[in-house]
Design a protein around this ligand. Structure first.
Ligand SMILES: O=P(O)(O)O[C@H]1[C@H](O)[C@@H](OP(=O)(O)O)[C@H](OP(=O)(O)O)[C@@H](OP(=O)(O)O)[C@H]1O
Ligand SMILES: Nc1ncnc2c1ncn2[C@@H]1O[C@H](COP(=O)(O)OP(=O)(O)O)[C@@H](O)[C@H]1O
Ligand SMILES: [Mg+2]
Ligand SMILES: [Mg+2]
Length: 349
């Protein structure tokens, strides 16, 4: 891929950072006598995810590289299926966790991407941003924070006092505490005045709204590779809005894939992508702290503050299928997993 001097490939409106070169050699344990590499990837994903992720272009490139995708039957013992080299999944329930743990003990040669407990960490909007807050990332390229937020477990009538006590500034975004894949867990609302707060429905997270010029950066991570795209987001809130909006304002999924802002004519100080070194640093640290390899971040830049960024959401195994060229990045990622496992085995670590 062609990078410009800032390291961004702006073709197709997508920025790409690749920290690892694509694996070139066949990994010896998998190289079949025919010379063609065989890598079997089992997947336990929802129908929706299978449709958006396992597109013909991914399957075709994978086939060329000797990778095959096989569905996992969650109703049958894993050991009776496969054999697999890698398992991709998004499950977190206790039963599945036990199944995977047992399987990993029995089959240390299989790479399970990623640990259910680490995925679970992203199912709660409080714990998901904790690592960002703890990271306290600040360098010459900018500063990355999580918005100030408060968890409300019950009793809506106590919310105005709790917000005042915590010193949160309105407007606030109300987000269901748990993200469980249901559309209800994505029903978000905006409250401009404290009197409306008692109309909310806990358990939820109340997060300070940050003006960001209506553009959001979706930062996709696949192992050590990072892509960024621009999407439309909520517009800034001004004094007039604050004085003229009572009640709770529900808003739809503003930053979904159909709301791409890649081709829009936007003030460059709003649309400029976050600096690559900042994202590399953030991606590397979050990968390590979260113990995850497949996730994305919703990131905004405070309007009027060139170098202050907020991470507002983290999603496990997001919609990679909408990223141009994902099939190349993903197949390289899968091959790289086996390469590094082989190297670790050789070095005995
Ligand atoms: O929480 P937000 O920030 O909205 O993130 C969502 C989730 O990751 C969705 O996956 P899931 O439904 O598995 O949670 C994904 O849909 P797909 O899996 O259909 O791709 C969306 O892809 P986009 O539609 O590209 O935004 C992505 O934006
Ligand atoms: N703190 C915030 N400040 C400004 N806009 C926000 C904030 N939190 C969320 N948003 C807007 O709401 C959208 C949805 O919020 P998000 O936390 O990403 O939930 P979801 O998991 O449903 O995607 C974001 O894409 C962004 O447009
Ligand atoms: Mg989001
Ligand atoms: Mg989300």
């Amino acid at each position: 891929m062609r990078l410009n001097e800032e390291g961004w490939d702006e073709e197709e409106g997508v920025a790409v950072v690749s920290a690892t070169p694509a694996p070139v050699a066949l990994s010896p344990p998998l190289a079949a006598s025919s010379g063609l590499q065989r890598l079997v990837v089992g997947y336990a994903l929802t129908k929706k995810k299978v449709k958006s992720f396992l597109q013909p272009k991914l399957l075709a490139l994978a086939r060329k590289k000797g990778i095959s995708f096989v569905p996992v039957d969650e109703t049958c013992p894993l050991s009776e299926q496969g054999p697999f080299d890698i398992i991709l999944h998004k499950g977190t329930n206790k039963e599945w966790q036990q199944v995977l743990e047992g399987y990993r003990e029995e089959h240390p040669e299989v790479t399970v991407v990623d640990p259910p407990s680490a995925i679970q960490h992203l199912h709660n909007r409080q714990s998901m941003l904790q690592e960002v807050a703890d990271l306290n990332l600040s360098n010459s390229y900018g500063e990355v924070c999580a918005p100030r937020q408060l968890v409300i477990m019950k009793d809506p009538s106590s919310i105005p006092a709790a917000v005042a006590k915590a010193g949160l500034t309105l407007p606030l975004v109300a987000k269901p505490l748990v993200v469980d894949g249901t559309s209800k867990s994505h029903q978000l609302s905006l409250a401009y005045v404290d009197t409306s707060l008692s109309m909310l429905d806990p358990p939820l997270v109340l997060q300070e709204f940050v003006n960001h010029g209506g553009i959001l950066f979706k930062v996709y991570i696949v192992g050590e590779t990072i892509w960024v795209v621009r999407r439309f987001s909520l517009p800034d809130v001004n004094d007039y809005d604050m004085e003229n909006n009572e009640g709770i304002f529900w808003f739809p999924r503003v930053s979904c894939a159909t709301n791409s802002a890649e081709d829009a004519d936007i003030d460059p100080c709003i649309s400029e992508l976050p600096p690559r070194p900042l994202l590399e640093n953030l991606g590397k640290e979050l990968r390590r702290r979260l113990g995850l390899r497949l996730f994305n971040l919703d990131m905004i830049r405070e309007h009027g503050r060139k170098d202050r960024y907020y991470v507002i959401d983290i999603n496990y195994f997001p919609g990679y299928g909408k990223m141009p060229g994902y099939e190349l990045v993903f197949t390289d990622f899968l091959l790289g997993l086996v390469q590094s496992k082989y190297k670790r085995r050789l070095s005995g670590s």
